[in-house]
Design a protein around this ligand. Sequence first.
Ligand code: ATP
Ligand code: MG
Length: 567
Amino acid sequence: MAQVQRMSRLMIKTLRDDPADAETLNHKLLVRAGYVRRTAAGIWSWLPLGKKVLENVIRVVREEMDAIGGQEVLLPALLPKDPYEASGRYDEYGDLLFRLQDRKGSDYLLGPTHEEIFTQVVKDMCSSYKDLPVILYQIQTKYRDEARPRAGVLRGREFQMKDSYSFDTTDEGLVEAYQLHRAAYIRIFERLGLDHRIVSAVSGAMGGSASEEFLAPAPAGEDTFVDCPNCDYAANTEAVTFNATAGDASGIGPVEELDTPDTPTIETLAAHLGVPASATLKNLLVKVDGEIVAVGVPGDREVDLGKLGEHLAPAVVELVTAEDFVGRPDLVRGYVGPQGLEKVRYIADPRVAAGTAWITGANKDGKHAKNVVAGRDFEVDDYLDVVVVEAGDPCPKCGTGLQVDRAIEIGHIFQLGRKYADIFALDVLGQQGKPVRVTMGSYGIGVSRAVAALAEQTADDKGLCWPREVAPADVHVVAAGKALQTELALDVSEKLGAAGLRVLVDDRAGVSPGVKFTDSELIGVPKILVAGRRSAEGVLELKDRRTGEREELTVDEAIARLTQQQD
Ligand code: ATP
Ligand code: MG
């Protein structure tokens, strides 16, 4: 049943000015247009229009989750400590977890995510392979004591999440549940009108498809990712790989020592020799589980320690300190070169490919060496992608220069495997009559964050600009002010409502037409229908909020146009 919402009876107060603490577009506009209201840092109240948008997002998520066979449940947000103690996450979460006690002094927490509790529910409810597979989901309030709650509902300390969990007896079953979620997420974000990219969440070690993130490109985002302007390649900055091509060292003479006093940094060396930093080879010393290892990258590039750490995990990577050089005459600080580094493992970026020639340290104080060729004068023990990715780096798929962009993480899908099933001994009786350990996936969508992401992607300088599927109404009817105009506006609103459209009608008395127009653009309903100058003739003006296109229509024409339009 479609409805007509009269603004004269709607609890709304629009603001001309941005809230003082707001840095991002969604924060400013959602507050100014009266969708949300800050209750405390990272804790938000959803007002009538905001609740409508949130419910629309939830409806789309629910329909697509149901379509893949998900069963909706609702688990508590207030949770006992024990299951999280068993998984180790009670401590691992650190300050992120809201912890509390009941009147008897028993420990509780407010759920940040629910793998533990879902595992227990399935252990309770499912005992045979015949009970599986299952996909369970909920749309529920989550709690995380984020260090920097910011950007409005984009990063809350209390927020809405759709979390789902798949339970299977086989690895193939898990992959299938994962693919079902992946496809459902694509449909959800397409229906919501959210521009998004799917990127592998981890590099190398864990395998490409075990975990992927859905990113909504937006300047307010806290994630950086790379995007190819030419092909469909997109990746987390940590996951970008470089396709090396071997150099040709045939014309390069033997290693030659250079006198380079007081040049312990790449900058001083490049300036002294008058060469670009990219002609030099930088060798960073780190400790891997206590052992000194050298990492070689072109002199104009930085080592991404996070990336290096991920490649070498579970080994621990640390920077070296002055003490590490004691008793190591082979390591000359500031003048290290891979040639003659016999006792040290040498890791290099693929750019230091076999046959490439470099200027690098000569392992003597104040001296460098030139014509140092990879594969000829030194060996690389391991090639790993370790440099910080930069805009313009070649796309590993098509070679085009990559863009580095910011994005909002709106969803995450993850093949967990048997981690939680092992912790809680989640077995079912298999076909052969023996217990089988269950394998799990977990999948999240930031439902309230999606509202913020949509606002970020669609707003313009006048205000919010919702896609129809999530908009708080299909059409915003504005009565310019005179009695006749209000009468026409209410009449056409009734008819539009009867035709199945969701209508917001600005019938406020004593509010100037200018304020009403400004408000309608701020609120961002996709179609604006104005009862103005030609109301006496029964002619209205229909405006598209996004394009600004206008046309004059009779009541019947307006109804026909609005009920036909599908966008
Ligand atoms: P982030 O890196 O942004 O903190 P996360 O990796 O902690 O996200 P998950 O634990 O995978 O996120 O949670 C699933 C989804 O919940 C995320 O993809 C995101 O859309 C949403 N989400 C996570 N934290 C918040 C938050 N503080 N406020 C709003 N939404 C959030
Ligand atoms: Mg987080």
